[in-house]
Write a protein that binds this ligand. Structure first.
Ligand SMILES: [Zn+2]
Length: 303
């Protein structure tokens, strides 16, 4: 039911066995917006190390909007209590759809995602310097990361629907490490969304790849290794746009979903049943009210 954008595209699913990702951990997280408890001790240690190494520099700031930490870790210093491992490849569509439907301006929404699937692994501004001391994903960095992918998806959707749109209308491409890549778009905020500019933007969002091998019996199999959940989601984005897929709005709950069949109106069978039941009840109610109309009063016997 999908219309590939080019004849060079691999059939859906053909490339998937090439990609490998380690099982991801499901833990309970919380957003920690300021140094507290054990997190404060670690933070002080980090700041001191920073000041010693880079004297005279502006002191470190706790990441804007906080970081995702294992629940209770900030207070007690003990790691995640519940660890459940899952294979993201078994939940490809669910994860991708959830990213599409996230509200990046709502930290609680991002936290719900992280509690469901784990952190993306997009890091924080300090991580690049001392990952060992501060290995937590920043809320603001995740918000930017999601916002840019949703923006590029909107640009793609506008092109699919042949609706001329300006970049400024569909996407906020101002994100860490991204500005330089799409200078030609950003220098002209009035620039229209075009396929070549979309390709340019996507090329800065979906890479890079690591080439690996795994031993299989007496030979080596080539694999592309994905490190973080973020890489895995990028792969879904890449597949989505090259296969010419479209999200659709569910006729029941109004959420965006990926249809499995061309005539699918509801995101799930349960949602369709619920909507049909609701419609049936509404019909019953209208019928009942019309039949319950008070009977005409019998004519008063003449006295
Ligand atoms: Zn629905």
């Amino acid at each position: 039911m999908t219309t590939p954008l080019s004849k060079f595209v691999l059939p859906e699913g053909a490339w998937q066995p090439l990609y490998e990702i380690a099982p991801q951990a499901r833990n309970a997280y919380e957003i920690v917006t300021a140094p507290v408890g054990v997190a404060a001790a670690r933070w002080t240690q980090l700041c001191e190390a920073y000041a010693a190494q880079r004297p005279g520099r502006v002191p470190l700031m706790w990441p804007r909007q906080g970081v995702f930490m294992w629940k209770g870790y900030a207070a007690t210093g003990t790691g995640p209590a519940v660890v459940e491992l899952y294979d993201p490849r078994e939940h490809r569509e669910a994860i991708w759809t959830e990213v599409r439907n996230l509200d990046p301006d709502q930290p609680d929404d991002l936290l719900r995602f992280v509690n469901h699937w784990g952190v993306l692994g997009v890091g924080n501004p300090i991580m690049a310097w001392r990952q060992d001391l501060f290995p937590f994903d920043s809320v603001a960095v995740m918000a930017d990361w999601v916002r840019m992918r949703q923006g590029v998806l909107s640009a793609y959707q506008a092109l699919r629907l042949r609706r001329p749109r300006r970049w400024a209308e569909v996407a906020n491409l101002l994100g860490p490490g991204f500005e330089a890549g799409v200078r030609s778009i950003l220098q002209n905020p009035e620039a229209m969304v075009t396929w070549p500019l979309l390709a340019e933007a996507l090329n800065h969002l979906v890479g890079p790849l690591r080439h690996h091998v795994t031993a299989e019996g007496t030979h080596l199999r080539p694999v592309y290794a994905l490190r973080f959940l973020a890489d895995f989601i990028n792969l879904e984005l890449w597949q989505h746009v090259t296969l010419g897929k479209d999200f659709r709005r569910c006729a029941g709950c109004q959420d965006a979903f990926l249809p499995a069949r061309p005539n699918q109106d509801y995101h799930s069978e349960a949602c369709g049943n619920k909507a049909r039941q609701r419609a049936w009840r509404d019909r019953q109610r209208t019928q009942r009210t019309s039949s319950r109309r008070p009977p005409r009063r019998p004519a008063r016997p003449k006295s």
